[in-house]
Structure formats: C-alpha cells, structure tokens
Design a protein around this ligand. Sequence first.
Ligand code: SF4
Length: 416
Amino acid sequence: MRWSAQELSKEQTGALPGLARLNNLVRSVRTPAFAGITFHEVLAKSALNRVPGQSAMPFGWTINPYRGCSHACSYCFARPTHTYLELDAGKDFDNEIIVKVNVAEVLRKELAKPSWGRHPVALGTNTDPYQRAEGRYRLMPGVIAALAQSGTPLSILTKGTLLRRDLDLLVEASEVIPVDLAMSIAIYDDELQQAVEPGTPSTAARLATVTAVRERGLDCSVFMMPILPFLTDTKAHLDAALRQAKAAGASNIMYTALHLRPGVKDWYLQWLARDHPELMPRYQELYAKGAYAPKEYRIWLAARIKPLIRAHGLERGREDPATGGVRSSALGRPQPGNPGAAASGPGYGQDPSSRFAGGRSAVAFPADDRDPIGRSASAGRTLSSADAAVRPAAYARTRRSLIEEELPPELAPTLF
Ligand code: SF4
C-alpha cells in the first residue's frame, strides 16, 4: 500500500475491534518499508496528558505522539497500556502503532488557552517519540515548535537516533525555553542489545547521537535504564558502559534497576526463558514479591555503580529548577534581550528574531492546580520569587523520583 495514495478523510472500517471503537480512527496503513507493522492513524482530541497528582509531580504534563513502540524492548513498562485498545502487551505493542497525526495542531490550540500555565512537558516518558515511524510522520518538529512558541519548557527521552534530524530546531528552541535531552542507552553488549531491544538503533549509533547533541552545545544525559540483573550489572559491563558514555560526551548518567510490572513481567520472562534459561530461577526469586527489584539488590547496585559514576566524572549535574532535569547548558548562553539568563533561574530570555518569538518569557504556574488548560475559571499567574524557592524544588524532587524509580504502575496507563 502506498502512503501517498491514502486519504486522511474517513474512518477505516474493518479495523481491529478495540480500535474500531475509537471514533477518531482515520485509517490503518501497512507499507513494505515497515514490514510487519500496521500504523493506525487517529485524530487526537487532546495532545497534553496530565500526570495525576500534579501538585507533587515534576513535569505535570506529557505528550505521546505514538502509542505502541516499534523499538520493541522486551522490558518496556508501557506495554500494558496497549490492552486498553484490546491489543496485547506483547507483539501488538511492537507492531500495532497508533499515530496521532494531528498532535501538533491540537497541541497548539491547548497551549493557546490563556490558562495554560507553561508547566514543563515531557516527551518519551511512555512511548518513544523518535521511533522509526517518526521518520515518516514528522510529528515532532510541529510539537517542538508549538512548545517553544508558547514558552513551555520541554524534555525529551529517546532511543531514536532520528533526534539528530531535529537538532537545529531544538537548538533554536533552547534559546527561548529550557530544553532537556536524554538518550536511553542501557546495554553495551551488541548481541544482548539486539536480543532485548530488537527494534532500536545500535548502542554505537545512540552514543554517536549523544556526541551530535553535545557538539551543538546542548547537554545530553544518558539513561542506563534498566540495568538488567545478572546480565548488565557486572562491574566490567558497568565500567565499559560508563567509559563509552563519557567518551561520547554524556553530561551525566541516570540509572535504575529493572522494573517488571504485571503484563511486562510475562513478556520479559518469555524472552529470558528463551535466551538465558539458566537465569530463570534467580529472576523468579528476585521478582517474587513485586515489580521492583528488592531493596537489597538496589542498595547493592548503588554501592557498585556510584563509585564508577564518580570515577568517570558523570555525576548528576545541576538541576534545572523549571524542568527538574539536569540544568541545560542552553541556559548558560547569553541571550539577546536577556543577558542575565544564565543566572536568573526560571526566567528565560527570548531572541526577538527567533522563529519562536511571541512566546512568553517566564515560566508560569496556574493559580489553581486543577486549571492547567482551561478546565476551571482561574487564570494563570507568573512564577514569583516565592514560587521559585518552593515549586521548582518539588518539581525537581519528583521528577528525580519518577526517573530513578520508574513510574509507579498505577500512573503509566494514564500517561497518554
Ligand atoms: S524505546 Fe522506550 S517506549 Fe519504546 S519499546 Fe523501548 S522502552 Fe518502550
């Protein structure tokens, strides 16, 4: 089927049962360039997703242009979210990809509401915004531009080397808003990496992307998430990983041990039983009581990796008060119209010649936490110095806990 021959006008009949219930399904598409994958194009009603319990959250909002992910990581904690569409959390998650073709257009409307508080927005917290389909659909440029033009800080976490395509845009955006970038690179053994994450770019290609980001003057964190017990937690692997990340220019490292929530556990253990049957008893024991690796294992892992992170000079950097991520080097640049931007905390300068001119130049929080995009009557207000002392700290603290501990299972299904 040729992509160019498709019309974005009518609903597809005969689609999969769960999808058929979506009255916003436009069409389902297969193409030889993406063998085995079906793209279900939908017209999204909303783009911004609120993370529950916002008062305690770091980035209160997320955007997921895609549901499902062809990167196909066997440990992916977002897998169970596919079951809401009567698709399975295994192969369907990898091969039945929902594409929100109008995400940028809808986002612009949401960001234009007077009550939008310009809370930091995270991309890549659930499914990867730079998975292969993005090469075809090009949704991210519109999303980045919309966020930058509205003065909304953004962060992106990805395994996709396609991020390089948008570096010009991201560099330009970083001149008006905080931009935090992170590459997820957890496995530094090529054979193992291809077995566990069969749809992802190689480790070498992702490291090269880190270098490309750094060469453009932006910071880039490397997320070693997850560390797989008995597979990637040896001192030799951790040391080699950190050495390569450092050589690539990583600004800092974040790590966490494997988390196996229900629905993911079965899929991961199926893979383990095939490729490493000798480890099954140890995993059954380690994850017998729940989704998280036991506290003893996490303490052991911390004692092993933290000295190595220090030795390689990859400790966590200074936190950005607005996004809760590591402070972006973009904020350290002198900026036209705001030479003090580097030292001014969450007030961001703006280049009037930028294509993003017109966005607001200070981060604002809504007066009412229930009112981020116009669901109550109260208007947004600009961040005060008192807020700067309190709210960003809460943002940073919670973002860190989300990233380091991974999302509590009860949150993940709500992130779309
Ligand atoms: S890249 Fe991220 S979202 Fe995609 S399958 Fe892997 S872990 Fe899941």
